[in-house]
Design a protein around this ligand. Sequence first.
Ligand SMILES: C[S@@+](CC[C@H](N)C(=O)[O-])C[C@H]1O[C@@H](n2cnc3c(N)ncnc32)[C@H](O)[C@@H]1O
Length: 278
Amino acid sequence: MTNPTTDWHAHYEASAPAWERWADALAAQQEKVNAALLDEADIGTGHAVLDLASGVGEPALQAGRRAGPTGRVVATDVSARMLEALQGRARGAGLTNVEVRVTAMERLPFDDGSFDAVTCRYGLMYATDIGAVARECLRVLRPGGRLAALVWGAEADNTTLFVAARALQRLFPGRITDDEMTAPLRFAAPGLLAGIFEAAGAVQVRERELAMSPRIRKGTPFWRPLVEMNMGEIWNTLDTSQRAQAAQAIEAALEAHVEGDQYVLRTAMRLLTAQRAD
Ligand SMILES: C[S@@+](CC[C@H](N)C(=O)[O-])C[C@H]1O[C@@H](n2cnc3c(N)ncnc32)[C@H](O)[C@@H]1O
């Protein structure tokens, strides 16, 4: 299958400060999603957990709370700046069982069978070789160990992010590539990711949709963190008047999703679960 052409390492390294800035505010909103992911990975007290593409710490920090002092979480990412921010957040939360390791998910520097569970939230889409990632996940899991991963569903079902992103892309054409725009949606087709993990030898492979319909008071700039974190290549280069112009364009695009005094939006994810054979 086609791999993304964007240099995601550089992209995320550059956007790490924005991810750090918004981390705590967004973590609270995503607690339910994290809980679903960690439930599927069957994470409990004393477990050793590997989190891939951890960014600034979700769901690694929540996994750390579940694993408790007798367990441990290794949070990994290609971006050292993301992991520095994660470490700071772990310290702030008093979590001493979360460690970080800079590594690409395609080649994991861990022994065979060394984890009870592997988790990954919104990360597998950036793999340069998803088949290798699936094989590595199974290799580092103990027999019977579980994997749970969340990826984005289709664009039409993700208006919370994509209405604003497309409005910005239209306003500043050529500043963000189609690959950058659509790579996050790469595993939206039902069954695609499940097939990749089955081919790698996983058992008990399941995929299901996780959907939400946020209602947000009209005029709330809810899109601001999403744009700063994901479209910094454009946002960071805009002056005050261009930002005002961007806000106007985004608000105009959101008009198609207004009911009464609210934006009615959609967020859809696919939740993959798999297991290493006993
Ligand atoms: C959308 S963020 C998700 C971060 C976090 N899991 C979350 O849900 O908030 C994607 C992360 O994947 C990381 N990443 C991209 N390519 C990677 C790779 N090949 N191996 C490991 N991490 C990668 C990026 O640095 C970034 O932190």
